[in-house]
Design a protein around this ligand. Sequence first.
Ligand code: NAD
Length: 281
Amino acid sequence: MKKMAVVGAGTMGNGIAHVFAQGGWDVTLIDVAQPQLDNALAVIKKNMDRQVKKELLTEADRDAALGRIATETELDKAAGAELVVEAATEAADLKFQLFEKLNEITAADTILASNTSSISITEIAGHTDRPDKVIGMHFMNPVPMMKLVEIIRGLGTSDETTAKVTEISSSLSKTPVEVNDYPGFVANRILMPMINEAVYCVMEGVATPESVDTVMKLGMAHPMGPLALADLIGLDVCLAILEVLHSGLGDSKYRPCPLLRNMVAAGRLGRKTGQGFYEYN
Ligand code: NAD
């Protein structure tokens, strides 16, 4: 049995646990908050039920996959994993602490991956004594549906680790793309300035959120407008990524829009809180 652990059971953690369990892995899903774990299991089940309805998954395979997911509130439970994918809150100090602890509790050959959107893999690796086995495994949201995994090589990541994680991603029916470790990598370095500019358009009264999104959907053939996408990602996550781009690249073009800051301060984080640029039931 292939054993892996996911740390953080939020928007991304539940999706990552879903695809690994469906791919035959024994998954330990870990979060500090029990309600997050309960919610994650409910979301995974709902999403797998949807796959069954669409005949993408059999009922027996769904039940087997669900049976492979265990939930835990203690990080120590990651100990027996051959791969850990960290998907906790996007905060550098938190990730550094988690990797220090993971380095202590897991076997020396365990690969430690982060799903971070923007924090330096090289810096995270600096909090372990196995930088060759630390790598970025950046899944896209919603994980079960999106094909891409951005594989981020830190300065010390070995060829062997990169090859293994690339192979694992392919085995989950994902398409891995290798990139180097610079702020925002590729996906967010390009996506976040667009989202930020969309927020500026709303703040400056250029157009309503609906109009901005319609322009980008119909005019640029984007499947989803940038503001609806920001609500899906989480406005707090968007702000955190923009802060990393701004400080890491030192260019004022990445400064977060004041309206984005206000919305995060007001707790309007998008879908996960029921309100962002749009309202959700
Ligand atoms: P989220 O806020 O939905 O979930 C984060 C989870 O981490 C929460 O459940 C929280 O309780 C948990 N957590 C916090 N501290 C922890 C700890 N010490 N141990 C275990 N769990 C802990 O966040 P998210 O959107 O799922 O993002 C998670 C990571 O994935 C971030 O690094 C983010 O940048 C990245 N990411 C997010 C998206 C997206 O669209 N939201 C896309 C790609 C990557």
